[in-house]
Design a protein around this ligand. Structure first.
Ligand code: NAP
Length: 499
């Protein structure tokens, strides 16, 4: 292993496959997407020097050796072979003895927990010129003295590794700030697990982390691991670093979002050094603090923050003021600017029809944030609108503020006729794809039926409409159109701050 490979080991594949043969296969399959591999001995079928040798032989890159105790693995992560190596003092001795036994030339780093003690292992590592990583795994939050821990471990001559689990936007900010305090510790691994920590996995330089871990297949090494291809093809990590500008999407939950798959390729094809990252956010004020400190230049806003964000930004567009929902925020010279691209994105697939045909009456199903935008957009086009929603009070509130008619879902008269039906609820969205927001609604076959859900492509509601002879429009066109409009703003923000 040469020095430059060890200096550049950004993407570390944790070998989590069930069979050792599959682990070797994964090293070969993902060789173009990884810079190093981690052999987790606790996840190996056979914990022998020969197995480790065969894995080293398959890897043309630096190798990290570890053997996790049960308490250092999260629920949901693969079972760490607990039957063989349970957490008790006798077996702890055995665990460390096995780790020392399999340590051999070809291994660049051995990871020993900060509170574990193994003079034999440390002696052997020194003799073999293997670097020591001392790790702390905290699944209960962010260690209150994370910076002190890092300094302490570095002072012992080890590479500190802290894997912690921020449980809120506030803890994500704590994690980031703690890492800023130890910027001078050049070689360290600090990663946030789970959705609130996900940004550290795809932009590890933000925490000054020398690498990020990934796993192939369904067995993930830790919460928040993504696959090697996703890290490269969606987030383009190998081309990024401290100069990379940060954009993203905020929501809660947010990990299901498809938006990184749209925006990141646009950034790279536009030659921009930027990455678009999902941020799980439960507290907008804490997120804004972090966004300022990280230097976020723009972000998309999704459920449940489209309304709450309005009070947090410095300036809003007229559409945001009128609709009461904001899905795009960019950093301008005078501060944060909020706008709404859902409106134009929603109209985009309808423009030709509205131009060519007479469409007077629309039924809008739903009364949430998306429905507000849809009602506003259609009213602007002069349509007469009826809102129908599961909860009558929300239907009434939207109807009263927009000046439309309304019904509760159960009381919608069957004789009413509409040229356009727009479905804006989340009923029928993955994973609950069998749900139908208005199961008793009978299509005439003449309506245009537009469901703004984009996953699945064709909801149960749309399938029913199509079977009745209606023309149908799915939500992916809106998703793309609103994202394209957002991207124009992101590009302007990027150019503004590049100067
Ligand atoms: P929201 O503010 O949380 O509103 C949810 C709406 O769905 C409410 O009207 C709610 O009715 C209704 N609802 C939820 N579960 C239901 C069920 N089982 N049966 C009947 N009604 C149900 O969410 P939103 O921001 O409006 O988003 C709604 C959907 O639009 C999501 O699927 C989102 O992905 C999609 N969307 C798509 C795009 C795009 O680009 N294609 C853009 C924005 C949003 P109650 O009031 O009775 O709770």
């Amino acid at each position: 292993m040469n020095q430059s490979q060890e200096d550049n080991m950004l993407r570390c594949l944790t070998l989590t496959a069930e069979r050792d043969e599959q682990k070797r296969e994964n090293i070969r399959r993902y060789s173009g997407f990884i810079d190093c591999v981690e052999i987790r001995l606790d996840l190996c079928e056979s914990k022998t020097p020969e197995t480790v040798r065969s894995l080293i032989a398959a890897a043309d890159c630096p190798v990290v050796l570890s053997c996790r105790r049960k308490r250092d693995t999260a629920a949901g992560a693969p079972d760490p072979g607990a039957e063989i190596l349970p957490d008790n003092p006798a077996d702890e001795k055995q665990r460390l003895a096995i780790l020392a036994e399999v340590l051999q030339p070809g291994i660049s780093f051995v990871d020993l927990e900060a509170d574990a003690d193994s003079p034999d292992l440390l002696r052997k590592a020194e003799a073999l010129n293997v670097r020591i990583i001392r790790s702390v795994h905290d699944f209960q939050g962010v260690p209150s003295d994370l910076a002190g821990l890092v300094k302490n471990l570095a002072a012992q001559g080890a590479i500190p590794k802290i894997a912690c689990f921020p449980r809120s936007s506030g803890e994500a900010l704590d994690l980031y700030r703690s890492c800023r305090k130890v910027e001078d510790v050049r070689e360290k691994i600090v990663l946030g697990m789970g959705p609130f920590g996900f940004f550290t996995r795809v932009a590890p330089w933000l925490c000054g982390s020398m690498l990020t871990f990934i796993s192939a297949g369904d067995r993930k090494g830790a919460p928040g691991h993504i696959g090697p291809r996703e890290l490269e093809e969606v987030y383009g990590l190998s081309g990024h670093g401290c100069e990379t500008r940060i954009f993203g999407i905020i929501g809660n939950p947010v990990m299901h979002t498809l938006s990184p798959r749209l925006h990141n390729p646009w950034f790279s094809s536009g030659g921009m050094n930027a990455v678009y990252v999902p941020f799980q956010v439960d507290d907008l004020a804490q997120f804004f603090r972090m966004a300022e400190e990280i230097g976020v230049l723009g972000f998309s806003v999704t459920v449940p923050h489209k309304q709450g964000i309005i009070d947090m930004v410095d300036e809003i567009s007229d559409d945001v003021r009128d609709i009461g929902a904001c899905n795009t925020v960019v950093r301008r010279e005078k501060g944060w600017f909020g706008s709404n691209t859902d409106l134009a994105g929603f109209l985009d697939p309808l423009e030709d029809v509205l131009e060519a045909e007479r469409i007077d009456r629309a039924l809008v199903i739903g009364a949430g944030g998306a429905a507000r935008t849809v009602v506003y957009a259609l009213k602007r086009r002069g349509l007469e609108i009826t809102v129908v929603n599961r909860s009558p009070e929300r239907a009434r509130a939207l109807a009263e503020s927009a000046g439309t008619g309304w019904f509760a879902s159960k009381t919608l008269p069957s004789l009413m006729e509409f040229e356009l039906v727009v479905q804006t609820t989340s009923a029928g969205m993955e994973p609950d794809i069998e749900a139908d927001p208005l199961p008793d609604f009978i299509f005439q076959g003449t309506e245009i039926v537009y469901d703004i859900i984009y996953a699945p492509e064709k909801t149960r509601f749309l399938q029913r409409a199509e079977a009745a002879g209606c023309r149908i429009i799915g939500g992916s066109r809106m998703l793309r159109a609103q994202a394209e409009l957002q991207f124009e703003q992101f590009r302007n923000s990027y150019n503004l701050w590049a100067e």
